[in-house]
Each structure stands twice: as C-alpha cells, then as structure tokens.
Design a protein around this ligand. Structure first.
Ligand code: 48H
Length: 263
C-alpha cells in the first residue's frame, strides 16, 4: 500500500479545489441556491454547454425538499413535470388524477447526481451575499462568502466572480432579488415594483400554475426561479408538491439561454 502522508492529503484537496474554483471565476450562469429549481436550471444549462456554478449556503443540496411534507419524506409531482424526473431515474408511483408520489431523498439525490454528471459545479457552504454590477446597474456576477463566516457574524470580506446571468433560486426569502432592491438606489423590478411582497397563503393549484409565468428576468441580468418567483410576484405557496419547481427551473434556464445566446 502507498504511504499516506497528511501533507499530501492536504495538497490534493487544496490544489483540486483551487483548480475548480479558478475555472469558475467567469461563468455563463451563477445560480444562488441548490434547491429543486436551482438544480434543475443548472442541469439544463450545463447539458446545453453553458458553464454553471451553483452556490449553496447550506452544507447540502436539496433545499426544502429533503423533508417532504411535514417530515414525511415523500413529495407529490404532477404529470407535466414527470418527464424531468423520469429522465434522471426517479421512481414515481401513479396515484390517479395525474398525480405521482416520489421519495424525497431519492429525488434530491438523483437530481443532484444528474446535475453533477451534466458538468454543474456545486459549491456547498458558500452563500451569495451580494451581486456584482456593471454599466446601467446590470447584474454581472455574484459576491460570495463562506456560509459559516456568515453564520458566525464575522467581518470577513467576500470574493466575487463574474456571470453573464444570475439566477435567484434562494426559495421563499428570494434573497438576491431583495438585495438588488435594497442596494441599488431607485432600482425597480420588471413589473415596476420596488419591494418584494413575499408569497401569499397556500392555494396549491394557483401556486403551481403561477410559478412558470412568474419565472422572469426581474432585473437586467437577474432571473428568479422556483419559490423565489412566487415571493417576488406574490403567488401563493403550494405545500409539498414540487412539479412547479422543476418547471420553473426549466423556464429559468431557457430565459438565461435567450439572454446569453449560443454557448
Ligand atoms: C446561497 C442560499 C442563499 C444564499 C438561500 O427553498 P428551496 O428548496 O428553493 P426552491 O425554490 O428550489 O424550492 C422551493 C421548495 O423547496 C419549497 O420551499 C416549497 C415547495 N414550498 C411550498 C410551501 O408551501 O412552503 O432551496 C433554496 C436553497 C436552500 O438550500 C437555501 O439554503 C439556499 O437556497 N439559499 N444559498 N446563498 N444567499 N439563500
């Protein structure tokens, strides 16, 4: 057996990290949040040849999906999102009326594996704390810091990287969109709003139906995806049905491709 030296382990980790991180400094798309919608958007883009980085504050991917509905590790998916889960091999059990049930742990794991296989770089433990702006206040990248630094409340200056498009897939808080409105004087969103109203109370059918139309370029260079879209446009919440999150991620990827053009 080869001799194992501690310094060698350290060197391998640091060098490998640095190589990948350097390759991620100029991205086509930076996605904030590795929940279902962010992972779907990133997968679609990477399959089309775009360079994509997903930055996730937590130490794991999956966002709000792991816990299924009230910690019962199951999710519901409707017919129009089924092909996206079939494609990555998630087992769906038909329960009539166009609804399917899946294991939430299986769904998170297989979707994340598909993203990685497509070439998405997922950076866990990294929070997006701000955006980079350029002429006309266009969003042109993300400002990142360790999630642990943020949690500890330490004053540590961040690093930044460029992206042609940023996707706000931060879920209910829609953090990136809120940050843009807070920090750019006079900024308004594509609907003229100068604040994020947040989501409305639960109405599953309308909440699901509004996710795709609410997935928009809300500010030049910034697209919302998933629950962030309903928070920005005051769509209702929907509980543990997840088809709309995948459809919204798909739409966010299509919008990003329209903005960027050919890869
Ligand atoms: C880096 C960040 C930051 C940041 C947050 O909440 P998510 O699962 O988001 P979606 O939109 O893909 O899915 C929403 C779904 O999970 C859900 O909440 C549903 C269906 N709710 C219905 C209801 O009625 O409540 O994932 C967002 C991810 C999380 O992992 C966060 O940790 C992460 O984004 N995140 N990552 N930088 N600033 N903010």
């Amino acid at each position: 057996m080869a001799q194992i030296k501690e310094t060698q382990i350290t060197r391998l980790i640091v060098d490998s990290f640095a190589e990948d991180f350097r390759d991620s400094l100029e991205l086509d798309v930076a996605v904030a949040g590795a929940g279902p919608s962010g992972i779907r958007a990133a997968t679609v883009l990477a399959r089309e040849g775009y360079t994509v980085g997903v930055f996730e504050r937590d130490l794991h991917v999956g966002g709000g999906m792991w816990g299924g509905g009230m910690l019962f590790p199951r999710i519901v998916v409707q017919e129009d999102a089924k092909p996206m889960l079939d494609e990555v091999g998630v087992n769906l059990s038909a329960r009539g009326e166009g609804l399917y049930v899946a294991d939430s742990v299986e769904t998170v794991s297989k979707c994340a594996a598909a993203a990685i296989d497509a070439g998405v770089k997922i950076w866990v433990g990294v929070a997006v704390e701000d955006v980079v702006i350029r002429e006309d206040d266009r969003v042109a990248g993300v400002v990142i810091n360790w999630g642990a630094v943020e949690m500890a409340g330490l004053h540590v200056d961040p690093l930044a990287l460029e992206a042609k498009v940023v996707i706000d897939a931060t879920g209910h808080p829609s953090e990136i969109t809120r940050r843009v409105l807070e920090k750019i004087p006079g900024a308004t969103l594509c609907n003229g709003a100068d604040r994020v109203p947040g989501e409305r109370p639960m109405w599953a059918e309308v909440g699901e139906a509004s996710l795709v139309p609410n997935t928009q370029e809300v500010y030049p260079g910034l697209i919302t995806s998933g629950m962030a879209s309903n928070a920005v446009f005051a769509g209702p919440r929907m509980g543990a049905i997840f088809g709309g999150m995948y459809l919204s991620g798909q739409r966010a990827a299509e919008l990003a491709m329209e903005i960027i053009g050919g890869s």
